[in-house]
Design a protein. Structure first.
Length: 224
């Protein structure tokens, strides 16, 4: 696979969860940790608690509520951020992602933005654990726009705030639904992460070019 040369890119848009950071934390939290803790806190049998959580998550999929920690704190009557901190040791960079971010410092011409559906509270937690924002120029949470990235209008709203030329922009994300909207908006270069969760294998039913180790994009530009 020949990836676009970063010299041909002016704006690099990076997703956070599943792209820079291992989705293992998020999957573990929603699939394993939250059902157990929700059951503990409310005195529910684990099976019942798991069924409640699964149903609620399924119903909210694709909406802004899905990403909103305040919504889930109210819905489950728990403090989602406290529960997330209980498993924060699982928050980590994907293999090669930190090396990639450090190597980007050699590409002065690039405007590097994190564009995430994560709630600002979650971004703050992940920044405290990993320091990922120290490597980028700016960040945007879809929460502030009230639209998820998989909505075409999100990209119009972002382009009202950020000056970027879609022809010389690259977006890297682990969601084909998001990348489809990037393409529809006119963003020329998109890459899809092959293994967002280090603990799961993935099947792909889309045609977007795949990447796993992001540092392949900066090979040769690391500091000695
Ligand atoms: Mg993602």
């Amino acid at each position: 696979m020949n990836y676009p040369c970063l010299n041909d890119i002016d704006t690099l848009l990076l997703d956070m969860d599943g792209t820079l950071l291992d989705l293992r934390f998020d999957n573990h939290f929603w699939v394993d940790h939250l059902p157990v803790r929700y059951g503990d806190i409310h005195g529910l049998k684990e099976e019942l608690a798991t069924a409640h959580v699964e149903t609620a998550l399924r119903e909210a999929e694709g909406t802004m509520n899905w990403y909103c920690t305040d919504h889930w704190s109210r819905h489950f009557d728990v403090d989602i951020m406290t529960l997330k901190r209980e498993v924060e040791h699982l928050i980590q960079f994907r293999a090669g992602a930190e090396r990639f971010l450090k190597a980007l410092a050699q590409h002065d011409h690039l405007d590097i933005l994190i564009v995430t559906d994560a709630h600002p509270n979650v971004l703050a937690l992940k920044q405290r654990v990993t320091g990922l924002l120290d490597h980028v120029d700016d960040h945007y949470c879809s929460h502030h726009f009230g639209l998820p990235k998989r909505d075409l209008q999100f990209w119009s709203a972002l382009s009202d705030q950020v000056d970027f030329d879609p022809e010389t922009t690259m977006m890297i994300d682990d969601s084909p639904a998001v990348l489809a909207q990037c393409k529809a908006f006119g963003i020329r270069h998109v890459l899809c992460v092959e293994t967002p969760d280090s603990g799961r294998s993935h099947r792909h039913d889309h045609d977007f070019p795949l990447i796993d180790d992001l540092s392949r994009l900066t090979t040769g530009s690391e500091q000695p």
